[in-house]
Write a protein that binds this ligand. Structure first.
Ligand code: 9MR
Length: 569
């Protein structure tokens, strides 16, 4: 060691190198980066190609001494990374990620799926609309390839991904507030589920985010959007989707209600979610440094606020233009002392208990490694035909998300035997508040006796989400009749016993026009035991031998009123 030190001082040049190395270590020691690291916070910024490549005014030094997280702002967007279908270009993003790694910084991945027409390649958008649009299966497969390739390329290296960017469209008329983007319109609402599942599979160590602007809760007129994001996250979590965080873009104006933002962070934390401020810029930074202070404090007081990221370092390359004065460094790359000071002071004063909590929380592995929220218990009942709804597999249970109620039901825990291995249709149904019901046919590939998968892309191999096809039976709602399925009535010639519902369920099919078109008895694995598909009848029956005896279900209909009788022979 002594030898090395002597050698180091042996020339003026080496002495200067050491001097700069020491001063840069000193800068780290006193900069925002250090205070953030002490608070367990990722303090980050995206690196613009315009600044990063030419490296003006020591841009890279500022990046590595003041921030502990950086990533490419634009070059991981679909348009740039997969300009040609299936051909990926990571040239620029690799250089930024390598820079981050060389300087012990973390990275974000921005962004996988975005609706923006101009930010997607022409080969993709050419068939978003028009006479020959992508089919659901095609677009899912494109999405799967894209997400899998990009996330896998950085497996273990990018700590958090914006999986869906700006997927809310308040005013688009979607009942759950989703943006009616081509992704949503062609694939369906479950494009979000699938995107998260694909990303999680490609890198189970990465934290996956839904990134949104205007969902922060900064101003009252955006509370509806804030709540929409919250409700979506809650539903995704309830059905086992691996979502780990919400991105608050935070492109703010002069007024920011940081108290409301903090409350929103807390609420999301109660769902187990992280919050990252992902694209922060604020108008009038020079004159209103307290907006920064208050926002930083909102983050620091919530242990689940794990990243605080600005959308660039300096005003010159800000997407808002230099007149906005939106960032911490001005357009001549001089740091704005007031805002720099309030940020440093806030981080230095961070509550050590919360910082410790944040560090522990941030170290948790992304679920599903951790337990998921418990789902409600289902009631399997009868069917009147409905459109397909998303299902997922949680453990060995089939979990169904009802689009009518927004509820989640764990339907059954099938234990298929070895002979069931292969792709097979199962039927499930759910009564909604006694009036309406949904029924779906699901094709499930059973690869092992206790493992159920969905074949999402038609490649014959199981995926995690369950594929749904439209109900094969006539659809339509019919109000439940005066007598319900559990009603037991007597028949002159027969003894009447309850159907052992614990082991079976009867389904009445109808065409919504006072005609029964089928009746069947299913066991609780959803497998039809017996069925009768006679059409246009006002009286129909089906019998089934179950372990407790032979049962016959009789249904008569008149003027859209159904009578159901269950008899045991
Ligand atoms: O700042 C980004 C700008 O350079 C790009 O031209 C533009 C389109 O890719 O995206 C800007 O960043 C956006 C981000 O990706 C998503 N949220 C809004 C940001 C500002 O428009």
């Amino acid at each position: 060691m002594q030898f090395k030190i002597q050698n180091l001082f042996s020339s003026k040049l080496n002495f200067l190198c050491l001097f700069f190395a020491i001063s840069s270590i000193t800068a780290i020691g006193q900069g925002l980066r250090t205070y953030a690291t002490e608070a367990g916070l990722n303090f980050g910024t995206m690196a613009t190609i315009q600044q990063f490549r030419p490296n003006p005014k020591g841009y890279k030094d500022t990046l590595s001494t003041q921030f502990n997280m950086t990533f490419p702002g634009n070059e991981l967007k679909f348009k740039n990374v997969e300009k040609e279908r299936g051909v990926f270009n990571f040239a620029y993003s690799d250089s930024v990620i390598a820079f981050a790694e060389a300087h012990g910084m973390k990275s974000r991945g921005h962004c996988l799926i975005w609706h923006s027409f101009s930010q997607n390649p022409a080969w993709l958008t050419d068939r978003w609309y028009g006479t020959n649009p992508w089919s659901r299966a095609e677009l899912l497969s494109i999405m799967k390839t894209h997400i899998t390739s990009v996330v896998s390329h950085y497996k273990g290296r990018i700590s958090e991904w914006d999986v869906i960017n700006e997927g809310i469209g308040i005013g688009d008329g979607h009942p759950n507030g989703l943006r009616k983007s081509p992704w949503q319109s062609i694939i369906g609402d479950d494009y979000i589920d699938s995107a998260f599942v694909y990303a999680h599979r490609a890198d189970p160590t990465a934290y996956l985010y839904f990134n949104e602007y205007g969902g922060e809760g900064a101003i009252a007129s955006e509370y509806a959007k804030r709540d929409t994001v919250y409700n979506l996250a809650k539903r995704l979590l309830a059905r086992g989707i691996p979502i780990h965080g919400i991105g608050f873009e935070a492109h703010f104006g002069n007024y920011v209600n940081t108290g409301a933002i903090s409350a929103n962070m807390k609420k999301l934390g109660e769902l187990g979610l992280r919050v990252s401020i992902t694209e922060l810029d604020m108008m009038n930074t020079t004159n209103l440094p307290n907006n920064w202070k208050n926002l930083m404090n909102a983050c620091l007081e919530n242990y689940n606020c794990t990243s605080f990221v600005t959308w660039g370092i300096d005003d010159k390359t800000s997407w808002m233009g230099s007149d906005c004065g939106c960032l911490i460094w001005d357009s001549t790359f001089v740091r704005k002392s007031a805002v720099y000071k309030v940020l440093s002071d806030a981080m230095k004063a961070a509550n050590p208990n919360i910082s410790a909590q944040r560090k522990a929380f941030a170290a948790q592995l992304p679920y599903p490694q951790t337990p998921l929220p418990k789902a409600a218990t289902p009631t399997i009942n009868y069917c009147q035909g409905e459109t397909a709804v998303p299902l997922s597999v949680v453990g060995s249970k089939l979990r169904w998300y009802s689009t009518l109620t927004g509820n989640v039901y764990d339907l059954f825990a099938p234990t298929p035997s070895t002979k069931d291995v292969g792709t097979k249709s199962y039927f499930v149904s759910q009564t909604i508040s006694g009036l309406e019901s949904q029924r779906v046919e699901i094709k499930i590939t059973v690869t092992a006796p206790t493992t159920w998968y969905q074949d999402l892309d038609g490649d014959g191999k199981g995926d995690q989400m369950v594929k749904l096809v439209a109900c094969a039976q006539p659809t339509g709602y019919v109000k439940e009749a005066s007598t319900g399925i559990n009603d037991i009535s007597s028949d002159n010639n027969l003894n009447v016993y309850p159907l052992p519902f614990k082991e079976s369920v009867m389904i009445r099919l109808n065409n919504g026009d006072n005609q029964i078109v089928g009746v069947r008895i299913l066991n609780l694995s959803g497998v039809t035991v017996e069925q009768n598909d006679e059409v246009n009848k006002s009286f129909i029956s089906v019998g089934a031998g179950l372990s407790k005896g032979v049962y016959i279900a009789l249904i008569t209909t008149s003027n859209k009123t159904y009578s159901t009788r269950i008899v045991k022979l």
